[in-house]
Design a protein around this ligand. Sequence first.
Ligand SMILES: NC(=O)c1ccc[n+]([C@@H]2O[C@H](COP(=O)([O-])OP(=O)(O)OC[C@H]3O[C@@H](n4cnc5c(N)ncnc54)[C@H](O)[C@@H]3O)[C@@H](O)[C@H]2O)c1
Length: 377
Amino acid sequence: MTSTQEPLKRVLVTGGAGYIGSHVVFALQETRKYKVISIDNHHNSHPKALTRVSQIAKSNLPPDATEQDKESAEIDAVTADLTKEAEVRAVFEKYGKGGIWGVVHIAAYKAVGESTEIPLTYYQNNVGATVQLLQLMSEFECTRFVYSSSATVYGTPPKIPIPETTRLQADSPYGKSKVMCEQIIQDLTAAEPQRWRAISLRYFNPAGAHPSGLIGEEPRGRPGNLFPLLAHMAVGRVNPDLKVFGSDYPTPDGTCVRDYIHVLDLARGHLLALNALAEDSPIFASLAEDAPKIKAYNLGKGKGMSVLQIIEAMRKATGFDYKYEIVGRRRGDVPDLTADPALAEKELGFKAPHSLEEMCRDLWNWQTKNPKGYDDE
Ligand SMILES: NC(=O)c1ccc[n+]([C@@H]2O[C@H](COP(=O)([O-])OP(=O)(O)OC[C@H]3O[C@@H](n4cnc5c(N)ncnc54)[C@H](O)[C@@H]3O)[C@@H](O)[C@H]2O)c1
């Protein structure tokens, strides 16, 4: 078959085996326009996640797939630690100067509580490794960068829904590490406005899984987040003592409100961001030549959902009769974290169409097919 296909663009995804990373790899492979290289040290993930994503991509190939299409379904999965310069350098050396088109930097430590106990470890892994990655990118002429930021950069926001113009004021070392990285990227794009293009994506609360049930979230120990906790309870993996922290918040039912987004919608937001770093992209077109080419976007649904609503939705999806106890407020909890996603919609064409029911359905499908996670087989 004679092909008019554009050559594949090589994209390095850090943390590609993780919960969000594996879904981002799926979204990139779905286009058959990117060739994914993943760096992950499996600190918090299983290598099997990448085998499974590749399996999904292969099974989605059309019958008349070209050799290039087949190549796009393979992942160059590198087990390496981003804090170790030599290990990351080897990946850039393999592809040479200009050989990697862009980087989606997802790898990080993400436990807020733990970050207050071992802040230096968090700063080294989240900030130190990011600086080093950017240095290597610069050296190897790879200057397109999508960064995994978080709604946690807003701390306790003064206005709901939260626009991107909100001041950044994170409370925990984890959140501060995200703010610092955003600032470092800002300074870099300001120093070399003709060279660098970057987008920070501020995620709200990802939930759900790929509908195949092949990839999903696999937290270690008792899950700290509500959705995986409810799924683990329903599958009998953890003790079902459920505590709801506070019912006297100024929200419709008194419990905390969060903006949950299906992980596939979030993943597709990365694809839009990556596409927007191309030369002909309109998002930087109106900027002066010497203005930094950097943007930050909220990725959320723009719809808040309360703890009690989530429990009810998971009850419907799983059939499990959750019994909960309402206890006092938890220190550090913010009543409402709902995104204003209007900017991402307008500039990137971002949409988050999946419903709460679909998030619950897909999470439950993943959990029942993999009750013990990736270690099942
Ligand atoms: N899950 C959320 O609720 C959420 C919300 C906002 C932002 N984020 C951000 O999204 C990103 C991904 O989150 P996730 O939920 O997929 O977490 P995850 O732990 O599932 O994924 C992170 C991946 O990075 C890898 N990693 C960590 N340090 C590394 C290192 N030094 N070298 C190589 N690999 C390393 C881990 O092994 C893991 O596979 C993180 O940057 C996180 O801060 C997550």
